[in-house]
Design a binder for this molecule. Structure first.
Ligand SMILES: Cc1ncc(COP(=O)(O)O)c(C=O)c1O
Length: 339
């Protein structure tokens, strides 16, 4: 194993030693297999390649000061992968199978779990694909669940420093009655053009509005959006956003702190009323936002005027990270250990 500079890890692919795989054939899931290959052997007519029968998850393992490896709310990821599987008619991985595979993938690659104190973690990527041969448009009969892991640093190079994002009105991420609420690849394919354009224009990410009326805030790239106004935490309610496990956790922590929480439609103009805004998700946890520019109108909304994240975002971020790394008590039982 090469010497890893834990404090300098990017958020990108990193080869580890093993991955775990399980195949669904003849109507049932088989045994968990361990592989050290980075590739998968697929039939050219596999349904994942043609009809987008694929779903994935993103979750993290953290090492505490005590050296123990902690998984954060893995049950929620299992449940969301099951919802995604149902949403594109794939075989549904049982919760226990998912858990066993996650634990095994982490344990086998234990030496890649970043030590405590570098802000790094082990990213876990479960991937479910249709492997059955399918030429007409219908669901395959065979599937593969594969889980690989990699050590990662912060998602945005800015880390917990505020980023700028861009409203794109000429692209929709997902349709109101489409697949936006599940984690399937097609949603991300459709987001690449506006998101790369935003990056080329100097922004960290893109802010999508609702596809039907183009009036309400939907998703902040691959993350949920939130705004804080006085003592209230506001986050969009929409049928086309992915239910973020990070957001769900922050909502709980905000309530614990005595904040009022509102899940509702958030009109774009309301951006002018927030004291703090941010994006949240497993990869970045919380990305404070300092500037939002509406690409079409040029209208600009600014926050973090002193250059720093706002006090409430900072408090929620520290609390969530503290729980994940085992530095503070875990009052809601979100953390479980990989022994
Ligand atoms: C589109 C989208 N929204 C939100 C999120 C955040 O979800 P979570 O907090 O569960 O990682 C993600 C990342 O998984 C995402 O891809």
């Amino acid at each position: 194993m090469q010497n890893i500079e834990w404090g300098k890890l990017p958020f990108g692919y990193f080869k580890t030693d093993y991955n775990v795989r399980c195949y669904y054939r003849n109507g049932e899931w088989g045994e968990i297999e361990v592989s050290s290959s980075e590739t998968v052997n697929l039939h050219m007519a596999a349904s994942c390649l043609h009809y987008g029968q694929e779903a994935f998850e993103g979750m993290k393992a953290f090492k505490g000061k005590d050296g123990k490896i902690r998984l954060f709310r893995w049950e929620e990821n299992a449940k969301r992968m099951q919802d995604s599987a149902k949403g594109v008619m794939m075989a549904v991985p049982p919760t226990e199978l998912f858990h066993e595979m996650v634990k095994k993938a982490v344990k086998l690659n234990e030496k890649y779990v970043p030590p405590h104190g570098h802000g790094a973690s082990l990213y876990i990527r479960p991937l479910l694909i249709g492997t059955g041969v399918q030429v007409g448009v219908s669901p395959a009969k065979e599937y593969m669940l594969i889980i690989f892991v990699l050590p990662v640093g912060p998602y945005f190079k800015e880390g917990f420093n505020p980023v700028s994002i861009q409203i794109a009105r000429d692209f929709d991420r997902a349709a109101p009655q489409g697949t936006g609420s599940i984690k399937v690849g097609g949603n991300y394919a459709g987001s690449l053009v506006p998101s790369e354009r935003a990056k080329s224009e100097g922004f960290a990410s893109v802010l999508f509005l609702d596809a039907k009326e183009n009036k309400y805030i939907d998703e902040a790239g691959p993350a949920n959006f939130f705004g804080i106004k006085g003592n209230t935490y506001v986050t969009p309610k929409s049928t086309s956003i992915l239910p973020s496990i990070t957001n769900k956790s922050i909502v709980q922590l905000a309530e614990d702190e005595g904040l009022k929480v509102e899940r509702r439609k958030v009109p774009v103009e309301e951006l002018a009323e927030f004291d703090e805004v941010g994006a949240c998700g497993t990869a970045a946890i919380i990305s404070p936002i300092k500037k939002i520019v509406d690409r079409e109108t040029g209208k600009t909304y600014e926050y973090c005027k002193d250059g720093n994240a706002g006090p409430i975002s900072t408090k929620l971020y520290k609390k969530l990270q503290g729980i994940q790394y085992g530095d503070i008590v875990d009052p809601h039982g979100w953390v479980s250990f990989v022994e």
